[in-house]
Design a protein around this ligand. Structure first.
Ligand code: SF4
Length: 424
């Protein structure tokens, strides 16, 4: 057994999931297997399990042997403090958390069928892209593919709408606050989406709205992000820290732990420090941002609204206290702006239009997608290699939906392409 294969088995739930018990003999129910994380940190984020009568939400870590936890030094790494389940092929050692409690452990060794392992291994090796029908898809007619992709575009927007609606409910129907949380999440890109979301939740928009200078908003956000807890010999850092400590007392704020931020494999221009400053600039320039976004008619208008840069300090820094020689303004790139339009503005316009029974807004959401260029990511490139090319963001979103919610979940039987292959 190799660890990446164990990840695969977990990700696709290819083991007997009924009547599970932990290594301690407690009944365990797997409510959410979590999101696969291919960067540093726990293997699966945002899992949910029920052990005994208690529901736990948090990260899930996988190892071939449970003793790998110690070998990989997770016991001294804060990033693993929120692990709620340790999934192992072989439970060779009991693992304790920092409080001395046994981390719930699920051993898979006797739950995996040999035949299933072989069958699924073969399927995976059919195509390097993880698309099981990779060899047959060229035989499928364009009409079938296009009709299916059109349906998937709406399906994706409706799924995102449901997520927005549930956040909206938590935020007592406050559209501005809900939009603000989503905006933060997507400013963090994939790597720092969760920390940015936590930062937004930890810094209510109504507090931000009391401040109109980039400096005050930076002080609030860097402070709340946990960046202003050190002692640095840096003038800007020192005055931000002073301002934050005043605001912290005034609004009774609690900062996040700085360890939530991830830097691994990030380009410097995407460092959280730079992104936070860009957000501060955006928020200092705009009041009622959501209302303005809903009023914008075209992608170009939205791109202008997001034509922002980090504050001047960041022209010569990527991190606090570390001067870099090249002096460049850190503008938010057009690719990032388009990502925000596709993943935040379009779904919000769609769901807001539905909520207000405004068909023009729903149509505008779709037109915005059609007006943007196709996305360029590994999923879209893999489809193109198989001969399925997308010409705009509507099609690329459909292909992402197809890959993530059908191909990757082995839902070939409810996929139009799968049906066509099976019935031809
Ligand atoms: S879900 Fe559809 S497109 Fe994806 S692998 Fe299965 S048949 Fe192919």
């Amino acid at each position: 057994m190799k660890e990446d294969f164990l990840h695969y088995i977990w990700k696709y739930k290819l083991f007997n999931t009924s009547n599970l018990v932990t290594s301690n003999g407690e009944v365990i129910k797997l409510i959410n297997f979590g999101l696969h994380n291919t960067d540093a940190g726990p293997d699966f984020f945002n899992g949910k399990i029920e052990v005994g009568e208690t529901i736990w939400a948090g990260n899930i870590e996988l190892h071939v042997n449970s003793s790998d936890w110690i070998k990989h030094k997770h016991q001294i790494d804060k990033a693993y403090d929120n692990v709620v389940l340790h999934v192992v092929y072989n439970n060779d050692q009991q693992i304790l958390d920092k409080e001395g409690n046994v981390i719930p452990t699920l051993e898979l060794k006797d739950l995996i069928e040999d035949s299933l392992i072989k069958k699924h291994n073969k399927l995976i090796h059919q195509s390097g892209s993880g698309i099981a029908c990779g060899r047959q898809i060229k035989t499928i007619d364009t009409f079938t593919i296009n009709t299916w992709l059109n349906r998937l575009a709406i399906e994706r927007l409706e799924r995102k709408s449901a997520e927005i609606q549930s956040t909206l409910k938590l935020n007592k129907n406050n559209w501005e606050e809900t939009f603000y949380e989503y905006l933060f999440k997507y400013f963090g890109l994939k790597v720092n989406a969760l920390p940015f979301e936590l930062l937004a939740q930890n810094t209510a928009l109504k507090i931000i709205e009391k401040h109109h200078t980039i400096f005050s908003i930076e002080a609030l956000l860097y402070g709340q992000a946990g960046y202003l807890e050190n002692n640095l010999e840096d003038e800007y850092y020192t005055i931000l820290k002073k301002e934050y400590h005043f605001l912290k007392t005034k609004f009774d704020l609690t900062p996040l732990d700085k360890s939530v931020w991830k830097m691994l494999r990030l380009r410097p221009s995407n460092f959280p420090t730079i992104r936070i400053s860009q957000l501060a600039n955006l928020l200092s320039n705009q009041t009622r941002l959501f209302a303005k976004i809903i009023e914008a008619e075209t992608a170009k208008e939205l791109q202008t609204l997001f034509n922002i840069k980090a504050s001047d300090y960041w022209d010569t820094h990527y991190q606090f206290g570390e001067v870099v020689e090249n002096d460049t303004s850190k503008k938010i790139g057009i690719a990032t702006v388009n990502t925000i339009i596709i993943n935040v503005i379009v779904p919000f316009t769609f769901v807001y239009g539905k909520a207000k029974q405004n068909e023009q807004l729903v149509e505008k959401a779709l037109k915005l997608l059609e007006s943007l260029k196709t996305e360029n990511n590994v999923i879209i490139r893999n489809w193109a290699d198989l001969g399925v090319k997308s010409s705009n963001a509507m099609e690329s979103q459909s292909l992402i939906e197809l890959k993530n919610n059908y191909c990757s979940q082995k839902k070939c039987l409810i996929c139009s392409i799968g049906n066509k292959i099976l019935q031809s």
